[in-house]
Design a protein around this ligand. Sequence first.
Ligand code: UDP
Length: 192
Amino acid sequence: VKLMDINFINISRYSFLKNIVYPSIEQNKKCFIVTANPEVVIATRDDPDFKTVVKSADYVLADGIGVVNASKLINNPIVERVTGVDMMFDLLQYASDHKKSVFFLGASEDVNVKVTKRVERDYPDLVIAGRKNGYFNRFDDELADKIAGTQPDIVFVALGAKRQEGWIYHYMDKFEKGIFIGVGGSFDVLSG
Ligand code: UDP
């Protein structure tokens, strides 16, 4: 479904995970997922570089009732809203069930540490590839090399909207595989 020149995938979260994301993990494919709320869509209009980033994603999901409502207005309704935080919890469970590795990039040091502690407790078979707080030089090539070297199956990037997608766009090429998803303030939820 095309909204303001952004192509949204029209799919339920369950079906997206089961038919697209989990098989991509099993096949060691690379996949860039953007969860776009109305602010993100508006930002693509005002910032051409950001628009390039979002358009480069493999899948753009409707994160926000405003996006779903807009799709109804053009008579092409998106089946449901899919949020970054819901995707994150499902992927954590999958990673634990299938012993997959996850890198946690973003949020404050305190929150980032709490996230890994909670993950160790609640998702015992998940492999923590590594973690790094979100307060570093925006384009730190060395850091990106280090993260890529951990070969995570999933990379959660919680640097806030725009910044996180920019990081993924800039550095995804360094990785051989991985599901890359910007999850905004979700680490704050997971740490609490
Ligand atoms: N954040 C970060 N580095 C930054 C700015 C923000 O790691 O340079 C983190 C912040 O700590 C929070 C998350 O990004 O955990 C989301 O931030 P915010 O709520 O500002 O972003 P948005 O609502 O735009 O997604």
